[in-house]
Design a protein around this ligand. Structure first.
Ligand SMILES: Cc1ncc(COP(=O)(O)O)c(C=O)c1O
Length: 390
């Protein structure tokens, strides 16, 4: 069988994740400290786990309504109102998804026709491009730089707009840079979206993980509710990656086409996980705060430590990643990450995995214990010292 002949051109265009390659190498080695991970090292808080177990024991083993349990959608509506003063109708403006991952696909599939353009600032999360490929949309990237704190400018966005531009993608806090866009900057970006009549997809999965700055929900900016699709989820703030629950909030007219795709693709998000997510909204806040405080402690440790070694970091104000520049070592990001893994057993991700403007940087996650970060910093110090001398 000529498998190459039967595989779609669409799937051939999708590049395998560069992140996975590093995990695969690290998995063959002993005593590796992984700063490569993109998920909380914390287990899901106990009351949430218990709610999931109880749900299964009490018969929550069936489908729910396609859009998700109405109790969960009501709780999400209250949550959005409490945090951002933004009102959504649980019956028509909220869709519970299999993580933000599914929500990304739904929004792009519902909004973009083949050849339509979506503007995405980079460096960015690795799934955006493959999903844009899947729906045959054209992803137009807008580079950002460390000099500008990886803050995308309204001018750069405007320069990328063409007749085919339909959607603008915003991701604040950002993975991999940790950049949080200020309300002022977001307002400027909103003005561009309005001027060019663009829909905004705002990936706000890290909204609860901001340090010393406020998170602004894009839909809450003046005039933006109508043209914004907010993507949210439980994976990061509640340490619930494996439960696979996210959600989309948007005007009913935009939720409807996503709902139809979701209905055929997924049917509904896992039922027991939805009940666990409901519990997370009911009792999860102290746990969110506790994990947040610990991430912040680790953030200070890793950012301070890397800067002291000459691996300059733009201070990450959100998510759980540092994104240091490795130029001072004379290595590019690929060599740095590969040699650091081989020689010192510390896994980090080359910045180019997140787009060309990530070159020269590596992503180091601090979603690992304080003690492990301390050891990792010692190993990185030895590595930098040795390569300086060479
Ligand atoms: C920026 C961003 N968006 C979306 C996701 C997908 O998250 P999930 O599907 O677990 O909700 C991730 C996961 O790492 C992410 O970093």
């Amino acid at each position: 069988m000529d498998f190459n002949a039967v595989i779609s051109e669409r799937s051939k265009r999708i590049q395998p994740s560069a992140i996975r390659r590093f995990f695969d190498i690290a998995a063959t080695m002993d005593d590796v400290i992984s700063l490569g991970i993109g998920e909380p090292d914390f287990d899901t808080p106990e009351p949430i786990v218990q709610a999931g177990i109880a749900a299964l024991q009490h018969g929550a083993t069936h489908y729910t309504s396609n859009a998700g349990l109405i109790e969960l959608r009501r709780a999400i509506a209250e949550h959005m109102d409490r945090l951002y003063g933004q009102t959504y109708n649980p019956a028509s403006e909220i869709l519970v998804t299999v993580g933000v991952s599914e929500a990304l696909y739904l929004t792009m599939a519902a909004l973009l026709d083949p050849g339509d353009e979506i503007i995405i600032p980079e460096p960015c999360f690795v799934s955006y491009q493959p999903i844009a490929h899947m729906v045959n949309a054209k992803m137009v990237t807008v580079p950002t730089t460390a000099e500008d704190g990886f803050q995308v400018t309204p001018e750069a966005i405007e320069a990328a707009i063409t007749e085919r531009t339909k959607v603008l993608f915003v991701a604040s806090p950002n993975n991999p840079t940790g950049t949080v866009l200020s309300r002022e900057r977001l307002n400027e970006i909103a003005a561009v979206a309005k001027k060019h009549n663009l829909i905004v997809i705002s990936d706000e999965i890290y909204d609860r993980l901001v340090y010393g700055v406020e998170h602004t929900c894009f839909a809450s900016l003046p005039g933006m509710y109508q043209r914004t699709v907010v993507l949210q989820g439980f994976s990061k703030a509640y340490a619930m990656t494996g439960w696979r629950i996210g959600y989309v909030v948007a005007p009913a007219e935009l939720i409807y086409p996503m709902h139809k795709i979701h209905q055929s693709l997924i049917m509904c998000a896992p039922t027991a996980s939805q009940l666990a997510a409901l519990k997370a909204l009911e009792v999860g806040e102290p746990y969110v705060q506790e994990m947040h405080a610990e991430y912040n402690r680790r953030r200070k440790l890793i950012v301070g430590g890397l800067n002291d070694l000459g691996l300059n970091c733009v201070e990450p104000r959100g998510a759980f990643y540092a994104f240091p520049c490795v130029h001072s070592t004379g290595m590019d990001d690929n060599d740095f990450a590969e040699l650091l893994l081989q020689e010192e057993r510390v896994a980090a991700i080359p910045g180019r995995a997140f787009g060309p403007s990530g070159m020269g940087h590596v992503r180091m996650s601090y979603a690992t214990s304080y003690e492990k970060i301390e050891i990792a910093l010692e190993r990185i110090a030895a590595f930098v010292q040795r390569h300086k001398q060479a």
